[in-house]
Design a binder for this molecule. Structure first.
Ligand code: FMN
Length: 407
């Protein structure tokens, strides 16, 4: 979905929230953050940049270590990162491998927001190159004494394998997800009930990630509508810029609201009035291209985060660029819809190729997109039902041939 969005003009993407513990666990836990040759990201490669890795969790040191692991693309052993996380004390800024500095340093968020990204991250960027999880530095990591000051500096020299892989350009901390607490511990949006705990996480991540890599945060406007919780939001928000977070994305629903009810854009407008110079992205209730510009005009956001409005509708990005150029937004033709439906299926198939039944898995995965894609078709209801019944590539193609052939 990220690749399809980018091919239609989306300038910047954030991964789904990746749990710190999952990132730190060995084996497949890291797949979704692995920008090398693992199945989940094969279609992405160099095209999937600039990209933020969003992390979510409960313990400051786990969050910090998982951020380093994501940025370094697991150039140390899994065990080395776990040792960072579960050792006493804080994690000093990691001594990043040269490729990380190179790619991350060349990402200028301000330029990116203004749409200059294609120059730097267009088709010329090549990605890929797998990195091994077992880099052989474990013995070194275990050496007593070397661990005594600042974790990463001495005990974990960067591994040369890193030079062949792209990294993330930004680390985004999720303080927004409404999914329930685990084992009585906060995570995601539940940190809005505990601002001092949230700030410890933010500090730990910012301290650990090298200063040339921007850290950002995703927040809900509050946990609920009580004044105490609203105050918590402001305490966290104000701390973010003080401790060096580059920007904040605010989803203007409460955690309690989950994804229902209106996103309160008036909250965003008030926030902008309080903080005229802070980079704030707005999120919530962006359903079509007009909403993007309405939010910017109404709430004065520096940028807008498109979420459900781009599922099955990558043309929202093209339309936004058309509107920025002073042109009317163009709707996708049947031929364009057909091309994207084929492309999205092919890319998804690449993600499921290690599954036992890749075509069936892809067809299942594509359902939620197909329902939204069908809305663009003049006979949307019929097409939707056909897509939902698909279980193979041939059947997918048959629906395209039958309903998208008059292109
Ligand atoms: C199913 C689902 C999963 C989501 N997962 C994430 C996530 O992992 N990280 C994140 O920052 N936001 C996530 N969001 C929230 C969106 O980024 C966005 O803030 C929210 O949907 C409000 O925007 P919208 O009303 O325009 O969709 C998710 C939303 C939905 C519906």
């Amino acid at each position: 979905m990220r690749i399809i969005a980018r091919r239609h003009g989306c300038p910047f993407c954030v991964t789904e929230a990746l749990l710190d513990r999952t990132l730190l666990a060995g084996g497949r836990g890291f797949d979704k953050a692995d920008l090398g040759e693992l199945h989940d990201n094969v279609p992405g490669g160099g095209e999937d940049h600039p990209l933020a890795c969003q992390i979510m969790g409960s313990e400051p040191t786990e969050m910090a270590a998982s951020a380093i692991k994501a940025i370094e693309q697991r150039t140390r052993s899994d065990k080395a990162y776990r040792m960072m996380a579960y050792r006493e004390g804080t994690i000093a800024q990691a001594n990043m491998s040269p490729h990380v500095s190179e790619h991350a340093a060349s990402f200028d968020p301000a330029k990116g927001i203004n749409g200059g990204i294609e120059e730097e991250w267009g088709a010329g960027v090549s990605g890929g190159g797998g990195v091994s999880g077992e880099s052989g530095v474990e013995e070194e990591a275990d050496t007593e004494g070397e661990l005594s000051d600042g974790f990463a500096h001495k005990a974990f020299p960067p591994h040369p394998a890193a030079a062949s892989s792209l990294s993330f350009q930004v680390i985004d901390v999720n303080l927004a997800c409404p999914v329930k607490k685990i084992e009585k511990k906060s995570r995601g949006g539940h940190w809005l009930t505990d601002p001092s705990g949230a700030i410890k996480i933010l500090e730990a991540v910012r301290d650990a990630v090298p200063s040339h890599i921007p850290c950002t945060v995703k927040l809900r406007r509050s946990f609920d509508d009580t004044p105490e919780m609203v105050q918590n939001f402001h305490a966290i928000f104000e701390t973010c810029s003080k401790i060096g977070y580059a920007w904040t994305t605010v989803h203007a629903r409460t955690v309690e609201q989950k994804y229902m009810g209106p996103s309160r854009w008036d909250f965003l407008r008030d926030l902008r009035a309080r903080h005229p110079d802070t980079i704030i992205f707005g999120s919530g209730d962006i359903w079509n291209v007009e909403d993007i510009f309405l939010m910017i005009a109404y709430a004065g956001m520096s940028g807008v985060s498109v979420a459900r409005g781009c599922i099955g509708n990558p043309w929202i990005f093209r339309q936004a660029r058309e509107m920025m150029a002073g042109k009317p937004p163009s709707n996708p033709t049947i031929a364009e819809q057909r091309a994207v439906l084929g492309e999205h299926f092919r890319l998804s198939l690449a993600c499921t190729r290690r599954f036992r039944q890749p075509e069936q898995a892809t067809a299942m995965m594509m359902r939620k997109f197909a329902i939204r894609f069908a809305a663009h078709h003049p006979d949307g209801e019929t097409v939707r039902k056909k897509f939902i019944a698909v279980t193979s590539t041939a059947q997918w193609r048959a629906v395209l041939d039958e309903h998208y052939a008059n292109a």
